[in-house]
Design a protein around this ligand. Structure first.
Ligand SMILES: Nc1ncnc2c1ncn2[C@@H]1O[C@H](COP(=O)(O)OP(=O)(O)O)[C@@H](O)[C@H]1O
Ligand SMILES: Cc1ncsc1CCOP(=O)(O)O
Ligand SMILES: [Mg+2]
Length: 268
């Protein structure tokens, strides 16, 4: 398994040709942004959380993204139904444990959903990944209070527990499973000043796993695209407001040459 400009580009072409439907049960804060990011990449987003329709939506979707950013009881039931249907149909499930460790509701819900889901990928920042492993870790909210390097051991443990790929995002993005560790060095600190770019990363992972069954490679491709689009967009931006706009436009215009010019990856 390698992560190269060519391997990333090959997946982007597939996404743009196949227009995969990505079903997101996500949060109020980022719904619009993540839908737009999926469209800009070339995928087709659907945001649906009602208990009465999620199974039908999963039925036609190519991947399911579960994000616990703004939880409530009915949403949790919807997430459970969607997960059960996705498992029945062998569709990939990607999980974002937003602010896990900040409140008991988030931590307990996440444990229940993870056991139910058998996820393909869990993507969080360092604080969230650590909180998933140790119940005594308390986080301050959606933003990480630690560097991604601090969660490598926890990510490995999580990957072993759920037999899945774990992504820890941050200055360096770590993509970790039982066998491989991939590090992506792309990105820019200003990305942490735009709410929802972590959730966007998780949604893009959904798009990549829908066209690439090598889950570790697909997740690495998504994080590389996030970082590269972020870096290019920052150059055109004067702050987080314009970064949000330029990020979408850059994603839409991303080409093979830019991947060659910008990719900074290391496989361990
Ligand atoms: N210090 C940083 N330097 C470069 N890129 C970063 C940095 N922090 C986060 N990113 C990038 O921002 C995106 C969102 O990641 P992150 O901020 O860790 O997620 P979250 O919003 O869930 O906390 C990712 O693509 C990540 O690579
Ligand atoms: C701020 C906030 N609060 C609940 S969900 C959410 C968005 C978090 O998005 P991200 O983790 O991608 O910054
Ligand atoms: Mg997040």
């Amino acid at each position: 398994m390698q992560v190269t400009p060519q391997s990333i580009w090959s997946d982007i072409v597939k996404i743009r040709e196949q227009f995969p439907l990505i079903h997101n049960i996500t949060n109020y804060v980022v719904m619009n942004n993540t839908a737009n990011a999926l469209l800009a990449l070339g995928a087709s987003p659907a945001m649906a959380h009602a208990e009465d329709e999620v199974a039908e939506m999963v039925n036609i979707a190519n991947a399911l993204v579960i994000n616990i950013g703004t939880l409530s009881p009915h949403w949790i039931s919807g997430m459970e139904k969607a997960i059960l249907k996705a498992r029945e149909l062998y569709k990939p499930i990607v999980i974002d444990p937003v602010a896990c460790g900040a409140t008991a509701l988030r931590s307990t819900t996440m444990q229940t959903l993870l056991q139910l889901a058998n996820p393909s990928v869990i993507r969080g920042n360092a604080s969230e990944i650590k909180a998933l492993v140790s119940a005594n870790i308390k986080t301050r909210g959606a933003d990480s209070s630690e560097c991604s390097d601090a969660a490598i051991e926890d990510a490995l443990q999580l990957a072993q527990t759920y037999q899945c790929t774990v992504v820890v995002s941050g200055a360096t993005d770590y993509i970790i499973d039982n066998k491989d560790v991939t590090k992506i060095y792309n990105g820019h600190p200003m990305m942490t000043k735009v709410t929802g770019l972590g959730c966007t990363a998780t949604a893009l992972i959904g798009a990549f796993v829908s066209v690439n069954s090598d889950i570790h490679q697909a997740a690495s491709h998504a994080m590389a695209v996030m970082g590269i689009a972020g870096e290019i967009a920052v150059k055109k931006s004067v702050g987080p407001g314009t970064l949000q706009l330029h990020f979408l436009d850059t994603l839409y215009q991303l080409d093979a040459q830019q991947l060659m010019n910008y990719l900074k990856v290391e496989a361990v």
